[in-house]
Design a protein around this ligand. Structure first.
Ligand code: ZN
Ligand code: ZN
Length: 210
């Protein structure tokens, strides 16, 4: 949804603070072995985020009508302040990750996992921002492959490249541009096998994606 500039940037501040505070409190409070286990859960949380990001983008933001309409605004205006309000993403992370894992496991596991998911979400936001705005420059220059991948997602005629932080799950589920192009070359008459154009060509720019 459309956000104010302050609301758009609040994700970066709030999640950076929460991740830093979570790590600092755990390292200060726990023994070395307990802190190691907590950090391991945090690492699992970061990896889990990449798996959450893929279906969230592919299935929720591109297929569920109400979310697809809001996400399409980002496709149409990549530089507009469009996103999920921090209070909403934070509430979802706490409700879907922290509380159930705490109820079924322990506070340490739940807090580690939650901080890891928050770190993954923060990294996703930084990568997506750097891809579109080319800032911060030091990060944007590292992200040429991710930028090209995401440009294809925005401007190709056929939806693909749903992973922003990683191409891994797109490869696993066969929705990377390489997979789609290979399928099209193998069977050019197959449904949905249209060639994915180069983003530089600007084909399908502005077309509503489904
Ligand atoms: Zn999209
Ligand atoms: Zn984008």
């Amino acid at each position: 949804m459309r956000l104010s500039k302050a609301a758009y940037y609040s994700d970066f501040v709030v999640y950076a603070l929460l991740v830093a505070m979570g790590c600092a409190v755990d390292i200060w409070r726990d023994t070395a072995s307990a802190a190691s286990i907590w950090l391991l859960w945090a690492f699992v949380g970061v990896l889990s985020w990449t798996l959450v990001e893929y279906p969230l983008h592919r299935c929720v933001l591109h297929r569920i009508r109400i979310f697809a309409a809001m996400h399409d605004a980002h496709h149409q205006m990549p530089l507009a302040f469009i996103g999920t309000p921090t209070w909403l993403s934070l509430g979802v992370i706490l409700g879907v990750v922290f509380l159930p894992v705490w109820a079924l496991g322990s506070f340490r596991t739940a807090s580690g996992l939650t901080v890891g998911v928050m770190a993954g979400f923060l990294w996703y936001g930084i990568v997506h921002h750097a891809i579109h705005y080319r800032r911060p420059r030091v990060i944007a220059t590292w992200l040429l492959l991710a930028s090209r991948r995401h440009a294809q997602h925005h401007y190709a005629c056929q939806p693909g490249n749903f992973g922003v932080t990683t191409a891994f799950w797109g490869g696993v589920f066969g929705t990377s541009s390489q997979s789609l192009n290979a399928r099209a070359a193998y069977n050019p008459s197959a449904e949905g096998s249209a060639r994915i154009p180069s983003p530089a060509m600007g084909e399908c720019r502005g077309k509503t994606k489904t």
